[in-house]
Design a protein around this ligand. Structure first.
Ligand code: GDP
Length: 221
């Protein structure tokens, strides 16, 4: 079976990826825990957990298998002789491309870096095969101005959003639900668009994986 793997780092968002697959962008401010959550999602250290935020300017692309190849019956069996195995691989996508954008909102980023990031971001959101974004937000923090700008970009394009609220282990259990509701309200997200996660404890990782599968499945991208 195909394993998650790194496809490459690209300076521009208009890179053509072969074979064509559904795409999902991974977006969040620097230090939000993006590399850690990506590693948790694929159960291996595929992304580098950085100690110097805001350093990368590239779009990092990973190919991630979505699950086993499903088999099912094709309903044209009337013309087949009895006893022939009608079970064939369903035409569901086998994997997706995760488009890992650099972290945003790094206070010391230069004007050039900010402009480069904006080009990369908008280019990604406008990619034809983009099914949606996983937007990471630290569960403890109020949304920043940059987060608000991001929300506006998503809304303008009607980009489908899954919000992963990160580092939940830093809050007591009861507080997590309260923050989830508060953040969902502040960001105008439905309850089923937000998932409480922790790369450290694994909370919410399986749920996020399922939500990604559902998003890809429902868009038919
Ligand atoms: P990125 O810059 O968004 O890719 O974030 P990283 O994954 O590099 O993580 C930034 C910092 O947050 C690192 O010190 C991580 O150890 C820490 N971190 C990431 N995820 C978690 C988490 O789920 N819980 C806790 N407590 N710390 C985390």
């Amino acid at each position: 079976m195909l394993r998650p793997h790194f496809v490459g780092s690209f300076p521009r968002a208009d890179v053509s990826l072969d074979p064509p697959l559904p795409e999902l962008a991974l977006i969040g401010r620097s230090n939000v825990g993006k590399s850690s959550l990506l590693n948790a999602l694929v159960s291996q250290r595929i992304a580098r957990v950085s100690r110097t935020p805001g350093k990368t300017r590239m779009l990092n692309v990973y190919e991630i298998p979505l699950g086993r190849r499903e088999r099912g019956e094709v309903r044209d069996g009337a013309h087949r002789p009895p006893g022939v195995d009608r079970s064939v691989p369903l035409p569901s996508p086998l994997s997706l491309y995760l488009l890992d954008l650099p972290g945003y909102g790094y206070a010391k980023a230069s004007k050039t870096d900010r402009a480069a990031f904006q080009r990369l971001l908008v280019g990604c959101l406008d990619r034809a095969r983009l099914a949606g974004v996983v937007w990471l937000l630290d569960i403890r923090r109020a949304p920043s101005e940059d987060d608000g700008a991001m929300q506006d970009l998503f809304a303008a394009r009607q980009t489908r959003v899954l919000a992963a609220l990160t580092k939940s282990d830093k809050l007591p259990q009861g507080e997590r639900r309260r923050r989830e509701r508060a953040l969902a309200a502040a960001l105008r997200l439905d309850a089923d668009q937000a998932v409480v996660t922790s790369a450290r404890t694994g909370e919410g990782v399986a749920e996020l994986r399922d939500a990604i599968g559902a998003l890809i499945g429902s868009t038919g991208a």
